[in-house]
Design a protein around this ligand. Structure first.
Ligand code: F7E
Length: 328
């Protein structure tokens, strides 16, 4: 039975990946920090098979101990301060966890190593935010980076240090440059889930308005459940490499809004939405659209859930979720 070790186990991607790997017969270990992590109970309820291992991306010794204990075949580094807006206020923390955390994880993998004939394979969760103020459209593995937030800058470091450890020490280390990926497990602070959840609450009479920032930003939104499969595929190849994972389609925040209100049968979204400068960012990423050709050709990966289906899945989930909360 192969063993996977996942940082960021309580996040959207960690939970999807744990489910996916469990389904493929893996023993799944997830790293969690702090002795009273408020998300521990949620994880136990949702994914009881996950073995929780203490550790912190800010603490190299804890990472070494965790890997020594788990002896993983595959290490998925999904842990990060992942909310771009927050990274402007907590830039140093973001640099430490999202950037230097990758170095610590790689160093721990290098130190512990794994058996000669089966060295630990490493996956780094890189991000389309590295492209930022885009230099070309669409973006592929060779597009230069121009990050627009402390989060994006930290991810650029994480990407380059992963490539560097591969080239310097021969580690099997891959960087997956994932474009935005969403779904019902997405945190409520991200724009897609904020829209579907608040719109569902308005429909049910719980909330009155939806307050947003920039509606013009365009993103390449896919389904998180599809994207974790790409992570796994990257670690099953003969050679480690870097891949863009995206749908190849882009849509604005406004289009996401429109479709959400349409699917809820609420008509025009405008009467319900107010814009507030506090949700605008000091520097914005205006347009992202990825070119997943390499992943399609080399990994045989392609997204299965389209934009309309994704919105419908999230709307349906949030309507049921908020209705159940009302009944409680
Ligand atoms: O913002 C605009 C906002 O926070 C999307 C993370 O997973 O994907 C994610 O980063 C867009 C931005 O995601 C609101 O200005 C408008 O242009 O959902 P988001 P993100 O920043 O694209 C990448 C790939 C990652 O790696 C990140 O970890 O929506 N927007 N109004 C808003 N955004 C938020 N959050 N809230 C608003 O009210």
């Amino acid at each position: 039975m192969p063993t996977a070790f996942i940082t960021g186990i309580t996040g959207q991607d960690g939970r999807h990946l744990a489910e996916f790997l469990h389904g493929r017969g893996y023993r799944v270990c997830g790293m969690m920090k702090g002795q009273h992590n408020p998300r521990a109970e949620m994880l136990r309820d949702e994914l009881p098979f996950v073995e929780v291992v203490p550790g912190d991306l800010n603490d190299l010794t804890s990472l070494v101990k965790a890997i020594e204990q788990v002896q993983p075949d595959e290490f998925y580094n999904l842990g990060a301060i992942s909310f771009v807006a927050m990274s402007f206020n907590q830039a140093e923390l973001t640099a430490n966890v999202t950037g230097l955390g990758v170095l610590r994880a790689l160093e721990a993998v290098r130190i512990v190593g794994g058996p000669q004939n089966n060295p630990i394979r490493f996956y780094q969760a890189s991000s389309s935010e590295m492209f930022g103020k885009v230099r070309e459209v669409p973006q592929n593995e060779l597009t230069p980076f121009h990050p627009r937030s402390p989060y994006g800058v930290a991810k650029v470091f994480g990407h380059h240090i992963t490539v560097n450890y591969r080239e310097s020490y021969g580690l099997y280390a891959c960087s997956g440059i994932l474009f935005n990926h969403e779904g019902p497990k997405r945190g409520l602070e991200f724009v897609t889930r904020k829209i579907t959840n608040t719109a569902a609450r308005i429909k049910l009479g719980v909330d009155r308005e939806l307050v947003l920032g920039n509606l013009d930003a365009k993103r390449d939104w896919g389904y998180a459940g599809d994207y974790v499969k790409a992570m796994w595929l990257m670690l099953q190849q003969d050679q480690p490499d870097d891949y863009v994972i995206a749908t190849g389609e882009t849509h604005s925040v406004e289009e996401f809004l429109e479709l959400t209100f349409e699917q809820l049968g609420m008509g025009d979204w405008r009467p319900y939405v107010r814009q507030d400068p506090k949700f605008f960012r000091p520097a914005e990423v205006d347009l992202l659209i990825g070119d997943p050709t390499k992943a399609r050709e080399q990994l045989g990966w392609r997204p299965e859930v389209g934009f309309r289906e994704l919105v419908a899945m999230m709307v349906e989930h949030d309507l049921a979720y908020e209705s159940a909360r009302l009944r409680r």
